[in-house]
Design a protein around this ligand. Structure first.
Ligand code: URA
Length: 297
């Protein structure tokens, strides 16, 4: 007889290793699939990122997700997905993304282009494409890492516990979602909230870059290490980068960018809220220095 405790232990183990979503009715042996040649082998000799478990994690389409991908990732051309060690922008997915994003002249067109883009395997496991929240006319744009579970379910960035903390931090300096605009480096949730791979970032970054270009914010805030390192093309961690104004080039214009600690990090390390508070004050001061006025000011 099956012991219910064993089942619970197995469930817990799966959740701990990041398997927290059921994405198909039938189990798939991904190790067997990756052993099969599925297209051009990446030059590094690493398995194709579109098929390798633990890298791009491309999986079969979920019957519960809409819109369902046309075919399981293993049946897609493997070369579309970047290999994990390719430089950002060098993958075929990145090139396709840049072309599609570049065609978009409005945020609505960009969102539609992103929703129809199949170059990032995360889309197959995500419930929703998380594009943005807040006011696209706002002078301050915040960029996080990637949707978590709540964001994936609701289709909006920063609506879970770290989002609640972010809202409280913004409120401390008189801001709210009507006064800022929020997006993420990745529009799709990495399964189990694992860190995104370079290949996933490379495939999606052109959309975010175009997003910033269309919004033309006066100030940018990078929330967390993935966002700061990606936007600034730097290797240092967020604890080194945070707290100093940097610049991000948008269509020939240098936009001031403040790297800050991610609210999820602050929830795990409340002592670091001191630094976060300093960074929020630096943001408030810069808003004043830039002559940014909100209507009720
Ligand atoms: N963390 C992020 O970086 N972005 C979100 O949208 C939610 C949590």
């Amino acid at each position: 007889m099956i012991d219910v405790c064993d089942i619970l232990d197995a469930l817990r183990w799966h959740a701990d290793v990041g398997c927290d979503e059921a994405i198909g009715d039938e189990p798939t042996d991904w190790a067997a699939l990756t052993a099969r040649p599925v297209g051009r082998a990446p030059s590094s000799g690493a398995p194709a990122a579109g098929a390798a478990p633990g890298t791009g994690m491309a999986r079969g389409p979920s019957p519960t997700r809409a819109p369902a991908p046309a075919a399981p990732a293993s049946a897609r051309p493997a070369a579309l997905f970047a290999s994990p060690d390719q430089p950002l922008g060098a993958s075929e997915a990145g090139i396709q993304a840049r072309a599609r994003a570049g065609e978009a002249q409005t945020l609505e067109a960009l969102e539609a282009a992103l929703r129809s883009f199949d170059g990032c395997p995360l889309k197959a496991t995500a419930m929703n494409t998380v594009f943005a929240d807040g006011n696209p006319q706002a002078p301050v744009m915040l960029i996080g890492e990637a949707p978590g579970e709540d964001e994936d379910r609701q289709g909006k960035p920063f609506v879970g516990v770290s989002g609640k903390l972010l809202d409280r931090m913004l409120a401390q300096i008189g801001l709210d979602r009507g006064k800022v605009y929020i997006s993420n480096i990745l529009p799709w949730r990495p399964p189990g909230n694992r860190s995104p791979t370079q290949a996933e970032i490379a495939a999606c970054l052109p959309f975010l870059e175009r997003h910033v270009e269309l919004v033309r914010p006066k100030l940018l805030v990078a929330l967390g290490g993935v966002s700061a390192k990606t936007l600034l093309n730097r290797a240092e961690g967020i604890t080194r980068l945070r707290g100093q104004w940097k610049t991000y080039e948008v269509a020939g214009t240098a936009v001031p960018l403040m790297p800050m600690l991610h609210p999820a990090y602050l929830l795990r390390n409340p002592i670091a809220k001191r630094e976060a508070w300093r960074d929020m004050l630096a943001l408030q001061q810069r808003i004043g220095e830039e002559g940014i006025k909100y209507s009720e000011d």
